[in-house]
Design a protein around this ligand. Structure first.
Ligand code: HEM
Length: 460
């Protein structure tokens, strides 16, 4: 259990969250909640116990909250636990055979090939794109006449703009709305799990699979079009300038192979989708929580004013320690990826539970990060937990980016982007809430806010 690290002077703030579900939900209620809000399927036991076993459509679905069990599944035996049928059905039409959806030797080849594009040195190359897009957003917010700002959609557009610029060095003016349109359309219907996704074997297409295949044609056309435009504008003169350059130059260190055009397209789709929505969600929850906490904003503004150069020089991100701690705490309370699910590929035993092939291992950052036995005041917002002076946090108990060989490849990039955007935004404005209706999380693909509150931004 983490001991208290809250300074006496800071009042404890408990951000809104749904009550646990009743103990005895029916199968029908469970299936419906899985389509509409996964967080609401868990009863109080899931926040208190180490293992919770359920039967779901003839299979065991086992929630693991014990760090040793999580280490076993995600860290030590990744080859025994793969992506589930429903995950592949839902994600492949958008991500194709990219890193997220591949397994076995194909995954290993892709991971080795991609890794150099996501090292801290490579991410540094992308910082000017992040800063330019953020400065433009702040400029237009400062120039706007309106007193009330619908900040969440603005943050979502910024995250997509950053994904576009870091990937293609292209401003997303021309393509942003088409990309957003396709992403939203898919997310609202086909991107949600249906009963058939769980029960029909993967080789047998369901009506949803047909609709997803149809969607894929338009999606591929759009990504190909953006890539073609970028390649026309390309000059190699000054070395790589974006992720596309890095991916085109990427070679498997063992075989020396690079990517074919269709593999390149699938990686690009994967990076845009896996990266932008998750980072946008982290930022939306950050501004929402900050709006309740003027004293936290003051600390961030102060730190940003001292540490962030106005332009040009590289920002020393490692010195934005308080901003980063606040972000870590936001992602503890509202982890953008609320659950990580694996299907057992072979018989195994974990934490005393016998797993049969097809059984599901569920690791939920949402539950783990609020587990009653692991955290002091689990529902309270306390950034001090993550300051360098606090006791180290167990990486099998706090895992917004997953853990083990399939840990998020974009984690450093996402943290760089979110820390910079948050610091720049709060250095420029005092953020206040106009509306008082509590914002609650809805988890279908990511942990989304249930509505977009209005904010008041006061220039500093
Ligand atoms: C706050 C932002 C982000 C969060 C919370 C997040 C979270 C995660 C999590 C939890 C996983 C592990 C899933 C699993 O084990 O099944 C993951 C994997 C992945 N993420 Fe992220 N992610 C974020 C940003 C990004 C960004 C910016 C990129 C790329 C530009 C990215 C690309 C990926 C990819 C490709 C994988 C699959 C890795 C593999 O299977 O080897 N993510 N992410």
């Amino acid at each position: 259990m983490q001991t208290s690290v809250v300074p006496e002077s800071i009042r404890t703030f408990i951000p809104p969250h749904p009550d646990p579900a009743p103990e005895n939900l029916s199968r029908r209620q469970l299936a419906s909640l899985m389509r509409t809000n996964n967080i609401r399927v868990w009863s109080q036991r899931a926040y208190e116990e180490e293992v919770v076993v359920r039967r779901f459509f003839g299979r065991s679905s086992v929630l693991f909250n014990a760090p040793e069990a999580i280490r076993h599944v995600l860290g030590d035996h990744p080859e025994s636990y793969g992506r589930t049928r429903a995950t592949l059905r839902i994600l492949k039409p958008r991500l194709g055979e990219g890193l997220f959806t591949s397994e076995g030797p194909a995954w290993r080849h892709q991971r080795r090939t991609l890794a150099p594009a996501f090292t801290p040195r490579s991410v540094e190359l992308l910082i000017p794109h992040i800063r330019s897009a953020t400065a433009e957003m702040i400029g237009s917010l400062a120039a706007a006449e309106k007193k009330r700002v619908d900040l969440f959609p603005i943050i979502q557009r910024l995250a997509l703009e950053i994904a576009g610029r870091t990937m293609f060095s292209l401003e997303m003016g021309r393509h942003g709305s088409a990309l957003r349109d396709q992403i939203m359309r898919y997310g609202q219907r086909l991107g949600r799990p249906h009963l058939l996704d769980f029960v029909v074997p993967i080789g047998l297409p369901t009506p949803y699979d047909w609709a997803r295949a149809w969607f894929r044609r338009g999606w591929i056309r759009l990504i190909d079009q953006i890539m073609a435009e970028r390649l026309k504008a390309k000059t190699h003169a000054n070395g790589p300038r974006d992720l596309l350059d890095l991916l085109m130059a990427a070679r498997d260190p063992e075989s020396g192979e690079g990517y074919s055009p269709s593999q390149l397209r699938d990686q690009i789709a994967t990076m845009i989708l896996a990266g932008h929505e998750t980072t946008a969600v982290a930022l939306c929850w950050s501004v929402y929580l900050m709006a309740h906490l003027p004293e936290v904003q003051e600390r961030i503004a102060h730190e940003a004013a001292a540490m962030l150069p106005d332009s040009g020089a590289e920002p020393p991100l490692s010195k934005l320690t308080y901003t980063r701690a606040a972000l870590d705490e936001v992602m503890r309370l509202y982890p953008p990826a609320y659950v990580i699910v694996r299907a057992a590929r072979q018989p195994d035993e974990v934490a005393g539970v016998a797993m049969k092939p097809g059984d599901l291992a569920i690791i939920s950052p949402w539950l783990l990060h609020r587990h009653r036995k692991r955290w002091h005041e689990p529902d309270a917002f306390i950034p001090e937990r993550f300051l360098p002076s606090a006791p180290a946090v167990d990486s099998f108990a706090y895992l917004p980016f997953g853990v083990g060989p399939r840990v998020c490849i974009g984690a450093h990039f996402a943290l760089t982007e979110a820390t910079l955007v948050l610091a720049e935004l709060i250095r420029s404005f005092r953020i206040e809430l106009v509306t008082s209706r509590p914002v609650l999380p809805i988890a279908v693909v990511t942990t989304q806010p249930d509505h977009a509150p209005l904010f008041h931004l006061r220039p500093r």
